[in-house]
Design a protein around this ligand. Sequence first.
Ligand code: PLP
Length: 403
Amino acid sequence: MSTLSATQTDWLNRGQSVLMNTYKQFPVALSHGEGCYLWDVNGKKYLDFVSGIAVNCLGYGHPALTEKLSEQAAKLLHCSNLYWNTPQVELAEMLTSVSAFSRVFFCNSGAEAVEAALKLARKASQVKYGQNRSTVIAMENSFHGRTYGAMSLTGQSKYHAGYAPLVSEIVHVPFNNLEALQAQLTEHVCAILVEPIQGEGGVQPADPQYLKALRAICDERDILLIFDEVQSGIGRTGKLFAYEWSGVAPDIITLAKGLGGGFPIGAMLANEKAAPYFQPGDHASTFGGNPMACMAGKTVLSVLLEEDLLSNVMAQGTYLAQKLAALKALYPEKIQEVRGMKLMQGIELNQSVAPVIDACLERGLLLVGAGPNVIRFVPPLIVQTEQIDEAMHILADVLAAME
Ligand SMILES: Cc1ncc(COP(=O)(O)O)c(C=O)c1O
């Protein structure tokens, strides 16, 4: 790429020679960030509408997060779950006090939270009903992570290629289609797993009526309802959890991404119908509930709730959706649909998104795809109107220049 100096090229070459070749990466090596902006090692500035894929909810260099993590690093970096640590207890108290759940299991990533949910759901069912009730219904086009259980639950065959045999007793049904789900409801089903808004699968919100119907089915048949809110949770949709929009509370929820604001943490929360089935020895993680990660989580939740960042998500999310709708009106032949919830928006293009994302990157705007034809907009939750205008200006220019 012509804009690369020796410095950046050097980092890319060094990375390519020693790192596993698992990522399709942009030719950019990032150096630091501030607010909603990032700089690469050459000093080029980018407006970030990716946020580490819905992770850096407080942006970069947020003073509260920097201060609290520095303090915690000096105090206690890690402690085994053989012992209690105070940030872990406090974060669990915070999470349970603002949600429909009574207990928390901490881990390090979204996939691990999904694994924990799968294990808890099967354990609960086996204790209550015996071995022959372990089927999980998951959704087509869903994404739940790359470990074996989470990958098997993921309803996209491209993520399964080369990895057979997958975890068994998992069936996939079309998203938002009640009839198709009912056709799979046998006496072997122990859980239904759904994202209240599919992220990776193209930014597709679940119909609230569909979620209500799932809740009713689960109550009637004593099936556990699991919501994967790894991407949609922690304020992204304007409420702390996306499930709040539907008025439907699941029995189990998975969280990660935004929870640590950039520090790795995952969590699986459950209500009293499910949580008591995990007993000492049933599940564990060396780093799960690490004091640094939990301090990050505590700080993110404090900023979100006490500084009323959710109001900003509501206002800016509405503004972003309006701006994208205006862009669609301007380019109806290029943009097929705008959809999403507040600061989790997507536009479906009539073409591959790759050249659009590349051109935006060149112009200093970071965007990420969600499937081949959808561009996802997941800026930091601190984003302001001026930055949305700046992003829309770049995107409009790029779309105008496209064939
Ligand atoms: C809904 C959902 N679940 C699970 C995951 C997996 O999370 P992680 O990459 O932290 O394992 C993701 C990641 O994109 C996700 O969007």
